[in-house]
Design a protein around this ligand. Structure first.
Ligand code: ATP
Ligand code: MG
Length: 407
């Protein structure tokens, strides 16, 4: 099958937006007699005039050979081999064309549900295009020949703003159910709609997400919520009733917590735009909060033991679906446990305000306000307290104590 080949001129691709490291890799591979292209997310971004955040390269050079050509590289991957080429400021993923279709070959292993377990079957560029997930992800660009190569009508779907599976949607979802989250993520990120057939396959197989390796689900959750489109991701996950498959133990009732999530995520997105730090621990503390909030009665009559039990159990249960790295587990627990310390104002408050987790815990207190409006006064008090010097802190504590003493 012949691909559509377009001249780069048509898309006004700005070379300035391409990583010089990526260009040098492609150049070197070509000098060694191989073909090499940019592919995937970076092409979508370049064509839309955006600055890509990372560059994926694909070549007919095999991993061991790539390894030999680039000293600064290493082979990684269990599910399939690829090469990371490392520079001081970035790592560029370089993969070999894969066929991913010939199940008679040892290199491809498929389980009883039609799921791909291993896929190390090198192939041609055409085969490589068809094993990719969505048409908009299978466009290749050769920055030296200045050509854009499209086997799957990806360019058309970029224009139509459509997320469409390559091949039969149901088969593609069964092969790798994580593609469901990828469809949602690209729709959220690009503001595209998901094609009808894809939607039907997603609806039919979405519960399989809970059988996927927790580490992969964790990675996808991070990309869904910490790449600048969290609010839209939340909206789409809710609309397609996938949110509660990813976070069943959170027990999110959108009628109660919808605003809470929308507000927090719009805040997350603006932090992203301002290049502020985004902490996965804070994200999970938010995602799982509904359960803690409902079980603990944190603001009325808090039962400390029960609160602590909810905190531990909801994290443990979530980990069967999405792994959460250990350092973030302790962060989440601290931030939740410290919410209690905002209830008690006294001598220990000075030390608390110096705690390394104080800022995060306070930010979380602010997040809670949308479901607990009465926190407003308390938030104001703690903000002023935090910003005061020692003498003023003592004064504030005295005033607070006097007010509470019986006259
Ligand atoms: P971004 O980098 O913006 O998150 P991307 O499209 O580059 O998006 P990656 O996860 O970096 O996504 O993957 C690079 C390319 O590899 C994709 O564009 C797609 O062609 C292919 N790919 C990745 N994951 C899968 C998958 N699960 N099934 C099929 N193809 C995939
Ligand atoms: Mg990418």
């Amino acid at each position: 099958m012949l691909p559509e080949v377009y001249s780069e001129k048509r898309f006004g691709i700005n070379k300035e937006n391409i990583s010089p490291n990526a260009l040098s890799i492609i150049n070197k591979l070509k000098n060694n007699g191989f073909s090499a292209y940019l592919v995937g997310g970076c092409i979508r971004d370049l064509i839309k005039g955006l600055l890509p955040k990372d560059f994926d390269i694909v070549t007919n050079c095999q991993p061991e050979q790539i390894r030999k050509i680039f000293k600064n590289s290493r082979i990684i991957g269990r599910r399939f081999k690829l090469v990371h080429i490392t520079f001081p400021d970035e790592v560029i993923e370089t993969t070999t064309f894969r066929s991913g279709s010939d199940s008679s070959d040892d290199a491809l292993k498929i389980d009883d549900d039609g799921r791909i377990l291993r896929d190390n079957n090198w192939g041609t560029q055409e085969e490589d295009a068809f094993r990719r997930d969505f048409t908009v992800n299978a466009v290749y660009y050769d920055p030296f020949n200045k050509e854009v190569i499209d086997y799957t009508s990806g360019i058309k779907d970029l224009k139509n703003k459509s997320i469409k599976f390559i091949g039969v949607p149901e088969t593609r979802v069964q092969e790798d159910p994580v593609r469901i989250l990828r469809a949602i993520r690209f729709a959220a990120k690009l503001n595209f709609s998901i094609e009808e057939g894809a939607l039907r396959a997603i609806e039919k197989h979405k519960t399989k997400l809970s059988e996927m390796p927790p580490a992969r689900i964790y990675e996808e959750i991070i990309k869904l919520f910490l790449s600048g489109h969290a609010e839209k991701s939340y909206e789409l996950l809710s609309k397609h009733q996938i949110f509660n498959i990813l976070f069943p133990h959170s027990r999110n009732d959108p009628r109660v917590f919808g605003n809470f999530f929308r507000k927090t995520f719009s805040n997350t997105d603006s932090r992203y735009r301002n290049n502020k730090k985004l902490n996965p621990g804070f994200l999970f503390a938010t995602l799982l909060w509904p359960r803690i909030f409902e079980e603990s009665a944190i603001d009325t009559k808090l039962n400390f033991r029960k609160y602590y039990q909810s905190v531990s159990s909801v994290i443990r249960k979530q980990q069967t679906i999405s792994a959460i790295p250990r350092r973030f587990v302790s962060f989440i627990k601290d931030v939740w446990m410290y919410q209690i310390r905002f209830n008690k104002i006294g001598k220990k408050s000075i030390n608390f305000s110096k705690n390394i987790r104080y800022r995060a815990s306070f930010d979380f207190l602010e997040v809670r306000e949308s479901i607990e409006p009465k926190l407003k006064e308390r938030i104001k008090w703690w903000k002023e307290f935090y910003e005061s010097n020692y003498d003023k802190k003592i004064k504030m504590l005295n005033i607070y104590r006097k007010r509470r003493e019986p006259r």
